[in-house]
Design a protein around this ligand. Structure first.
Ligand SMILES: Nc1ncnc2c1ncn2[C@@H]1O[C@H](COP(=O)(O)OP(=O)(O)OP(=O)(O)O)[C@@H](O)[C@H]1O
Ligand SMILES: O=P(O)(O)OC[C@H]1O[C@H](OP(=O)(O)OP(=O)(O)O)[C@H](O)[C@@H]1O
Length: 214
């Protein structure tokens, strides 16, 4: 039997993903949180996981380097990748928002938005008929309006603590985010029965977890 390869966003999504895989009998004997290894295998179930940057998962899957991927909806949309989105995994829940010091900034004719997600940002404001200039940052986005780099930000909010600690308010909601299982389109055909079986197992664990409230 051929290996099924899965790219997982290292960071916040790894532990939940490993838990779900464990629940369907897939184990990686040498995996532990502090390991710097990037590839782990279950030699019995023939599953291989590779740990990559969240923003790179879609690239691995779209190009067929892996058959499947676990990725936040945020990174998936931002990537624009041509892949199948097959399961909403239900964890990694957070939301995309516009945030700033004052709601009045959104009334300006043109304003500057700092974000890690320029595509999501431009799409959102274009749909609202608003013209924005987007500044692409790689992190600590909340800082931008505080030092006059931007009028507002588009970023992820989970607990709301980062916004609160920096005196920022939610000015608009964009969409809800959770982790998704994605599939390479060619693998979906060539390894169809394996992938289908895998998806069904994952979906049943997700349904059970949902029933008891994640
Ligand atoms: N509080 C949160 N902040 C950011 N992402 C979150 C949060 N809660 C859940 N997520 C989800 O977890 C995914 C992975 O986030 P993580 O912080 O591990 O990487 P990242 O910040 O997107 O990338 P990196 O830090 O590697 O540049 C996000 O894409 C998002 O879907
Ligand atoms: O609502 P909260 O629970 O406070 O979480 C939201 C924060 O977490 C993320 O940042 P991350 O920790 O990934 O750091 P980053 O700024 O380097 O992206 C996100 O970009 C927000 O800044």
């Amino acid at each position: 039997m051929e290996y099924l390869n899965i790219a997982i966003a290292k960071g916040r999504l790894v532990d939940h993903t490993i838990d779900i895989l464990r629940a369907i009998g897939i184990n990686f004997p040498d995996y532990h949180e502090k390991s710097r290894k990037l590839i782990f295998e279950d030699p019995v179930k023939k599953i291989r996981i590779v740990l990559v940057k969240a923003s790179d998962v879609a690239t691995y899957v779209e190009r067929g380097a892996t058959d499947l991927g676990v990725i936040g909806k945020d990174s998936l949309i931002e990537s624009g990748a041509n892949v199948f989105e097959v399961v909403d995994l239900g964890f990694g829940r957070c939301r995309f928002v516009v945030a700033g010091l004052e709601a009045t900034v959104l009334q300006k004719h043109k304003f500057i938005v700092a974000t890690k997600y320029p595509k999501v940002t431009n799409q959102f404001f274009t749909e609202r008929g608003q013209t924005v200039e987007t500044i692409h940052l790689n992190g600590s986005v909340e800082l931008a309006p505080l030092v006059g780099l931007s009028d507002c930000i588009v970023d992820i909010v989970e607990t709301g603590r980062t916004l609160q600690d920096n005196g920022l308010k939610v000015l608009a909601e964009i969409f809800e985010i959770s982790a998704r299982l994605i599939a390479n389109k060619a693998s979906f055909k060539t390894k169809h029965s394996r992938i289908d079986d895998f998806i069904n197992h994952i979906q049943s664990v997700v349904n059970e977890k949902g029933a008891v409230g994640q």
